[in-house]
Design a protein around this ligand. Sequence first.
Ligand code: FEO
Length: 165
Amino acid sequence: MLSKNLVKKLNDHVNLEFYSSNLYLQMSSWCEAKGLEGCAAFLRAHAKEEADHMERLFTYVNETGSMAVVGNIKAPPTEFSSVSDLFQKVYDHECSITKEINGLVSASLKEEDYSTFNFLQWYVAEQHEEEHIFKLILDKISIIGEEGAGLFFIDRAIGGMLGKK
Ligand code: FEO
């Protein structure tokens, strides 16, 4: 059984994963509007992954006899100054999610809730992978450069990463 404190923290995280999903869906729309189909497809697939992360948490909270609650989810931004600006924001967002997960892990240890601690290990590994993949994307953008035909090659490279995670 979860403590009230952990139910609240896990439900807050349900919302954060929802937000992540909406953020990447919105970003895919921005890319689509700019003709960046590879980036759009990658982000749309990632939005689905975030919805899976949300559901995994949602299910866990309910399985413990507590009630998962969907609260208000803020609207994501709609404008980005460039592809590198967009993916920098993705990377920064993922780093902030890692911090939140670490906070959840600490809270579960403090309460000696080893079931939740164990459940959260999947998210710890996932965050490592996500930070890695988005750092790779930022590196690719920086190497290729956005000038001239650069955007075409960036879009192709990111589209080519679809399904590799
Ligand atoms: Fe669900 Fe991208 O962390």
